[in-house]
Write a protein that binds this ligand. Structure first.
Ligand SMILES: [Zn+2]
Length: 297
């Protein structure tokens, strides 16, 4: 690690340490009681599993949430949690319980950073028929064609080498579905080959939309769950600290800061009631709170 990397790592450590210290009442390395035991309802037909992720290269903890939406007996999982066998072992049995006699049909990824695809390989091994959907612009990075730190950046503190993990074994072409463009119904997702005829189960038309919000990652998307008014927003914004504070993701993790802020502001104008970030020390961000943040950002 060179001096520049050390400096960036030290900065990130300090920032994340502030996150952790500011919500230390709910997150502590020596107290695992914050690891909630199950997916809990957080909106109509939407469930959330919460745990804390120990970030090994920084030595700190951060909250991570995995969301699950039901469409009758068919389920969509949003993101796949933190990297590491222990997090997959935490997620998979709880997902099995939450699914009951329902079926996991889709894993909808907001983007491909390691703390969003951590259990992807374990999930597709357990659910061999599941399809994985993500934005076409994220494909080169999720599939490992290019590392995230090869992305052009609009500032000199971008360093996300830690966000690359190899999940290519989970992403065979017959399993992958892409969404593309700026905003559309997920029911229009398509195979990377362009073939539409062999696409498997998709949510009912009108039930789940995606919204492209690049900046933090090139293919970052929010998913709008229309039935509940939920926006599942990945890392477009986070809400951390005690009291929780809304903001965009940290500069060290975000290649294009200006675009990221514009995308988060655009998110605030969409049709939803509550946004659910992956890194959230509260129970989501109301649209009003996001609009208040957008006005001063
Ligand atoms: Zn991210």
């Amino acid at each position: 690690m060179n001096l520049s990397s050390l400096s960036i790592a030290a900065t990130l450590t300090a920032v994340l340490a502030v996150f952790v210290l500011r919500h230390s009442s709910s997150v502590s390395p020596s107290d695992q009681s914050h690891q909630h035991g199950t997916f809990v309802p957080i909106a109509a037909d939407v469930f959330r599993l919460s745990y804390s992720w120990h970030i090994p290269w920084l030595g700190v903890w951060a909250p991570v949430h995995v969301l699950l939406a039901s469409f009758g007996k068919d389920y969509v999982l949003f993101d796949a949690g933190a990297p590491g066998r222990e997090y997959a072992d935490f997620l998979l049995p709880r997902l099995e319980t939450a699914l009951g006699d329902g079926q996991l049909r889709l894993i909808a990824l907001t983007h491909g950073h390691s703390d969003h695809v951590g259990a992807l390989e374990a999930l597709v091994q357990k659910y061999p028929d599941v399809q994985v959907v993500f934005h076409q612009d994220e494909a080169p990075y999720i599939t490992g064609q290019f590392p995230y730190d090869s992305l052009p950046s609009d500032h000199d503190k971008f360093n996300v080498t830690m966000f690359d993990i190899d999940v290519s074994s989970a992403l065979s072409e017959e399993r992958v579905l892409h969404v593309r463009g700026s905003s559309r119904d997920v029911a229009d997702a398509f195979r990377p080959s362009g073939c539409a005829s062999d696409v498997g189960w998709l949510p009912p038309r009108g039930a789940l939309h995606f919204h492209h919000a690049p900046g933090h990652a090139p293919g970052l998307v929010a998913y709008l769950h229309k039935g509940s008014g939920s926006a599942i927003v990945g890392d477009i914004v986070h809400q951390l600290g005690d009291p929780p504070v809304v903001d965009t993701s940290h500069f060290g993790f975000t290649s294009k800061l200006t675009q990221s802020t514009l995308s988060a502001k655009a998110l605030a104008a969409l049709d939803f009631d509550v946004a659910f970030p992956v890194h959230d020390s509260a129970a989501g961000v109301t649209k009003r709170a996001l609009q208040d943040w957008a006005q001063q950002a």
